[in-house]
Design a protein around this ligand. Sequence first.
Ligand SMILES: Nc1nc2c(ncn2[C@@H]2O[C@H](COP(=O)(O)OP(=O)(O)OP(=O)(O)O)[C@@H](O)[C@H]2O)c(=O)[nH]1
Ligand SMILES: [Mg+2]
Length: 178
Amino acid sequence: MTKSTYKKILLIGLDNAGKTSIVKCLSGTKKLTSFSEITPTKGNEIISIKVLDTDFSIWDLGGQEAFRKEYLSNFDNYIPGCNKLIFVFDIQDTKRYELALEYFEKIIDLTEIEKNANNFELSVFFHKFDPDLIKTDGLDKKINSLKDRVKEKLDSTDFFYQIFRTTIYAIFEKIVVY
Ligand SMILES: Nc1nc2c(ncn2[C@@H]2O[C@H](COP(=O)(O)OP(=O)(O)OP(=O)(O)O)[C@@H](O)[C@H]2O)c(=O)[nH]1
Ligand SMILES: [Mg+2]
């Protein structure tokens, strides 16, 4: 029997970015109405999910201001042993791009100082990239400059990173039945 591995994931971003909804998707929620029952996360919640031989421990760090301050002051309570950090930006919340970037940059600085797991990875989710999103010229430009700022920050580190577009509304399926 193969030994199961353990991976710790930190999910970070401003309040309302969609972190808890993403966890629900990752845990395989089929009940779509459960998404409307999600309330803002108070502090941090640790969710365990087993996928094949890996036990994932997902730390969903509620993003309200008081909690953000706590993580930034005591990041050494959160980052040790972390294998993957996912930072979530709500790309529809253009008014708070600056605030989100400020938080992101502080988290990256602290991660550089504190992280100690081997093969640590970093992902950035450009979330709420919904299929019906109306991408006006203005929004496109804002998203591109957000991407440039994120890249600029991460290129100054030696982290391996990837940036993804994500949405919880990717529900169309096409499966051959005949
Ligand atoms: N349009 C859209 N809305 C989303 C998406 N993902 C989440 N939401 C909505 O965004 C709101 C906030 O979602 P949460 O998952 O509670 O956000 P959070 O980042 O956990 O917020 P905190 O717990 O306060 O840090 C909810 O109304 C969700 O339904 C998405 O992909 N697209
Ligand atoms: Mg939450």
